[in-house]
Design a protein around this ligand. Structure first.
Ligand code: HEM
Length: 187
């Protein structure tokens, strides 16, 4: 199993983008006088080149979140504390099927875009309770406990650090994530 997971981590590494980017760290008023959301602080709606879709533009906030998400999935794939929850995903990637990875990356990116205040995206995945209940999501191998949740947060912080996010911004993401513990932890 360990070998299987390690191969999957390498495979995910091959498809994950790891380019770094810098983020604004201040929380200030927009020109219009409205307060900046966390999404704004992550780059907001400024359009930039999209390395995931060459020739297309993407909101800088979404691109930053997408990079953190993919880095985090990669960290999780190599984290023996919790990668056993992702056996379906890792088996797929190991066999060369990246459809589940792409779908998870999109849903996590949409989720964090909406959670941080993006206006131009919606989250169409399962509720946090359903997504983390094996009875409602066959891709979740078992129910997670508090220790698993803490490990997930550690991996998310590592994914954010890989992409140059400041501790201030990571702290603000951590606050959002913390509110979801009771829905994700189900044993
Ligand atoms: C606040 C923390 C977390 C957030 C925001 C989160 C978010 C999500 C989202 C948005 C999905 C996709 C749902 C869908 O596609 O319908 C998902 C799937 C999943 N999550 Fe979480 N999650 C969190 C914590 C955890 C933890 C602690 C574990 C286990 C240790 C975990 C394991 C999984 C698994 C196995 C899947 C399915 C992956 C796949 O599609 O192959 N998550 N999560």
């Amino acid at each position: 199993m360990k070998k299987h997971i390690t191969r999957a981590a390498v495979a995910i590494a091959a498809i994950a983008f790891t380019c770094s980017m810098s983020f604004m760290t201040s929380c200030k008023k927009k020109d219009s006088g409205t307060t900046m959301t966390l999404y704004d602080s992550l780059g907001g709606t400024t359009m930039v080149d999209d390395p995931y879709n060459p020739g297309q533009k993407v909101e800088a906030g979404r691109l930053g979140i997408h990079k953190v998400v993919d880095s985090t999935i990669l960290v999780i794939a190599g984290d023996t504390a919790i990668n056993s929850y992702f056996t379906v995903l890792l088996a797929e990637v190991t066999s060369g099927n990246t459809s589940g990875f792409t779908a998870l990356s999109k849903n996590l990116t949409d989720f964090f875009c909406v959670a941080t205040g993006a206006k131009n995206f919606t989250y169409g995945g399962k509720s946090m309770t359903a997504a983390h209940d094996p009875a409602q999501n066959s891709r979740m191998s078992a129910k997670a406990d508090n220790g698993d949740f803490d490990a997930f947060v550690t991996d998310l912080v590592a994914g954010a650090h890989k992409n140059g996010l400041s501790d201030v911004l990571i702290g603000r993401i951590g606050t959002i994530v913390g509110t979801l513990r009771t829905q994700v932890v189900q044993r």
